[in-house]
Design a protein around this ligand. Structure first.
Ligand code: KMH
Ligand code: ZN
Length: 272
């Protein structure tokens, strides 16, 4: 089986320090969390940033601050800024971090209910984001919350907006979207093209369950505070690294090796 790429989604847009005081928010906290996650075994850092007040922002300058700090700390992992931002943001706000020229960025592949909100990703927005990423030679991670999103991504491929290796992120368990279960994970994966790679992201208490199944299915795993703030029922996670370490232990028990950042770049065919 391919080595396991672990993505650490360290901060997200929705979780607050009131939810988990260990959430990294400032550039230094984000850099430290990225370094610890990488040392624990993560090879991708999925990145959101916050403003001074701790609110989510897609400001290019704020991303630059965080990315510069992450690099200053010597992190080698792939930095994958979000273009999803938070529900309700305009596409103009959301797209900003790609102009920092990262190796990878997320491309959300369809509209979905997102808790009480609607997370809007219509086809014109997707085409626009994909086109810009193509121009800048950025590998999109194709975020899919529902089966229809996989087919939206394949439509973009057919239309010529995607010209790189296909890497999907199957996100299950968002309130209002597709629930997290092994049946649903299998169902989604069955619809992926055979040459694609994929990561799963289980939300909340499903993070661990999805990681277990994904390791045995040959997929890659995303964990972190963006998706889940608990280590176990009633016990908050101490750090993103703690969540990454547990995935490493599961993979090692199963006999699956962990990809280094360099190996993750090879698997994802990132040449930038
Ligand atoms: N915060 C969510 C509304 C992404 O990073 O591309 C969207 C999100 C997806 O987190
Ligand atoms: Zn995100």
């Amino acid at each position: 089986m391919e080595k396991l790429i672990i993505t650490a989604a360290i901060c997200g847009a929705e979780v607050t320090k009131a939810d988990n005081p260990n959430l990294p928010i400032s550039a230094s906290e984000i850099a430290q969390a990225s370094l610890s996650a990488e040392q624990a075994g993560a090879s991708i850092i999925h990145l959101h940033v916050r403003d001074e007040a701790g609110n989510p922002t897609q400001q290019k300058e704020e991303f630059k601050k965080a990315i510069d700090k992450i690099k200053e700390y010597g992190v080698k992992a792939i930095i994958q800024p979000s273009t999803g931002g938070a529900a309700g943001m305009t596409w103009q706000e959301r797209i900003q971090p790609i102009y920092l020229n990262p190796e990878m960025a997320t491309l959300d592949c369809g509209t979905t209910n997102f808790g009480d909100d609607i997370f809007v990703n219509d086809l014109p927005l997707m085409r626009n984001f994909a086109q810009e990423m193509k121009k800048l030679d950025i590998l999109p991670e194709l975020e899919c919350f529902e089966l229809g999103h996989i087919y939206n991504a394949l439509k973009l491929l057919k239309e010529g907006f995607l010209d790189k290796h296909l890497h999907f992120d199957i996100v299950l368990g968002i309130p209002g979207a597709m629930p997290a279960s092994i049946k649903n994970l299998l169902f989604m994966v069955e619809h992926l093209p055979s040459n694609a790679t994929w990561t799963s992201a289980g939300i909340g208490r499903h993070q661990l369950e999805m990681a277990y199944h994904t390791i045995t299915m040959g997929g890659h795993v995303r964990v972190g505070f963006e998706d889940n703030i608990y280590y176990k029922k009633g016990r908050l996670a101490e750090s993103n690294a703690q969540l990454v370490k547990r995935v490493v232990r599961l993979a090692e028990n199963y006999g699956r090796k962990i990809a280094s950042p360099h190996e993750a770049r090879q698997i994802l065919q990132i040449k930038k």
